[in-house]
Design a protein around this ligand. Structure first.
Ligand code: NI
Length: 136
């Protein structure tokens, strides 16, 4: 029997979508307004879902306090009020699209979880645009 527990979190961050190996015109063509050299910000909403067996002793899949602390250290402290391109090493050579941010969050959080727990990351870049990644 597998149960999923989820926690929501939030961070603000700035980014620019572009490739260093493309000229400005091609970046403008592909990424449009998101290629603004002066960056732009988003209010990112995160849902981290952890799936596993219920521990017989505690009745928990994961202690929410533990999940909260992992989100704080791996996501909020690392990304909140940061320029993703300039201040977050994972994006030095990785375009900070919602897709890539979700993968980076997944990898950072997964390494902090017991290996028998599954993780799914859902990341909202806007209220209507969101991506999911679960390690597949
Ligand atoms: Ni954007």
């Amino acid at each position: 029997m597998k149960v999923t527990v989820s926690r929501k979190a939030h961070f603000n961050a700035a980014h620019r979508l572009y490739r260093k190996d493309w000229n400005f015109e091609k970046n403008e063509d592909i990424f449009g307004k998101c290629n603004n050299p002066n960056f732009h910000g988003h209010n990112y909403e995160l849902i981290a879902s952890v799936t596993g067996d219920i521990d017989k002793e505690t009745g928990y899949v994961i202690d929410m306090k533990v999940l909260k602390d992992i989100i704080k250290s791996e996501v909020e402290d690392a990304f909140d009020h940061k320029n993703l391109n300039l201040e977050v090493p994972e994006f030095t050579d990785l375009n900070p699209t919602a897709e890539n941010i979700a993968v980076v969050i997944y990898n950072k959080m997964k390494s902090k979880l017991d290996s028998n727990l599954e993780l799914e990351i859902t990341l909202y870049e806007t209220p209507r645009n969101f991506v999911s990644y679960s390690g597949r």
